[in-house]
Design a protein around this ligand. Structure first.
Ligand code: PMP
Length: 387
């Protein structure tokens, strides 16, 4: 019998999983799925359903209609037979709403980011990545085979310096517009100017800004006056404020044509489910008809942050750092036992020593509910000596 240093029989190829799981548990890094059950709903401040649209009648109707017309699946990759009239219409709606000439829909935001990065940068190119970016952009960078330089969050001077000194001709800068972990905004306008003055393109992930920032929820790129700007590519995620599922990349016609030919996560993946396509179109309709929804969301976020003594949020995330991962799990569990579901973020989602409760506020919660959440979460933090 061959044994490794933990005493595991190597003939049993997956026997290492158990000791590995025990190690994760000892470090407070074991994860369990929280099952949401009909009839036992908690006050949900862990979702990304910022505007409460996932259950909005127009969104449900959009999903139902699309399923009636196109079925339960899109039946093939987009390039083969998986592009329906609904997909084409959604792309038109997204481009129109966000002020770009073209959009291309992917079956998730994750795949949209990987597809965009790997299609826009490859071997022999440079990517400058902001340290606060989402895992999907990080994975895109890794898969691209480009040289990747990671700079501190929001450090525009560092980005400009790396771009200036590069030997590569082509360069791409990637960033989230609102950082997913704590809802802080990135310096999108300055990053764009730094990239453009150096002949680089900028890819901005608007996942946590769409429906939250900008005119009528058109995002931080809109707020910076950059919608449709040259050398700017934007990822829109349909699974958060739009309450649906899927992702899209926005740019000009050349970007769209390039992604259709080159983005492997577009080419080899089955097209977005019709239900999600219909839901996203319904949600865009709601957002157009109710441009004040993002204002309601931000008012709720400010109310909650103020009640919890947290900094004024720039978007819809209230992030309460507790440090130790096991303590964060304990705090989140206590909140859940009192009817409030909060996000509990630990490494590798956040840096070591910064495990936290992450509360995502919603536009469809009334003031009394926000105050109840603050009482529960604030009470848990106090009784655990965390504030
Ligand atoms: N980008 C960011 C910033 C995100 O937070 C997420 C979702 N966690 C994604 C992309 C991926 O989007 P999706 O969940 O639709 O795949």
């Amino acid at each position: 019998m061959t044994v490794d240093r933990t005493g595991v029989d190597l003939a049993d190829a997956l026997a290492w999983l158990e000791p590995d799981a025990r190690l994760r548990a000892a470090e407070g890094l074991h994860r369990e799925l929280v099952v949401r059950d009909v009839g036992r709903e908690l006050i949900n401040l862990a979702s990304n359903d910022y505007l409460g649209l996932s259950t909005h009648p127009s969104v449900l109707a959009g999903a139902h209609d699309a399923v009636d017309s196109w079925g339960g699946g899109s039946t093939a990759s987009r390039l083969v037979a998986g592009t329906t009239r609904a997909h084409a219409d959604l792309e038109g709606d997204l481009a129109d709403f966000l002020g770009f000439s073209a959009a291309l829909v992917f079956s998730s935001g994750y795949l949209a980011n990987i597809g965009a990065v790997t299609a826009l940068a490859g071997r022999g190119d440079l990517i400058v990545s902001d340290a606060g970016t989402h895992a999907s952009l990080i994975d895109g960078c890794r898969l691209s085979r480009a040289r990747v330089v990671v700079v501190d969050r929001g450090d525009v001077d560092a980005v400009a310096g790396v771009l200036r000194e590069r030997p590569e001709e082509r360069a791409l800068v990637v960033t989230d517009s609102v950082y997913s972990i704590d809802g802080a905004p990135a310096p999108v306008g300055e990053l764009y100017r730094a990239a453009r003055s150096s002949g680089a393109a900028l890819l901005v992930d608007e996942a946590h800004a769409l429906g939250v920032r900008g005119r009528g929820g058109r995002g931080l790129v809109d707020e910076c006056g950059l919608s449709g700007a040259p050398d700017l590519v934007v990822t829109a995620v349909l699974s958060k404020s739009l309450g649906a599922q899927g992702g899209a990349v926005l740019g000009d016609d050349a970007v769209r044509a390039h992604l259709i030919d080159r983005a492997r996560t577009f080419i080899f993946d089955t097209g977005l489910n019709p239900a999600a396509v219909g839901a996203a179109r319904g949600a865009l309709g709601v957002l157009r008809a109710a441009p004040d929804l993002p204002d309601r969301l931000r008012a709720n976020a400010e109310r909650l942050a103020q009640r919890l003594g947290a900094d004024r949020p720039a978007a819809a995330v209230v992030s309460l750092i507790v440090g130790d991962p096991a303590v964060a799990v304990d705090a989140a569990t206590r909140c859940r036992e009192r009817g409030v579901l909060v996000g509990c973020f630990r490494p590798p989602s956040v840096p070591h020593g910064t495990s936290r409760l992450r509360l995502t506020v919603r536009a469809d919660l009334d003031a009394a509910t926000i105050d109840r959440v603050a009482t529960v979460v604030g009470g848990v933090l106090s009784e655990m000596g965390l504030r």
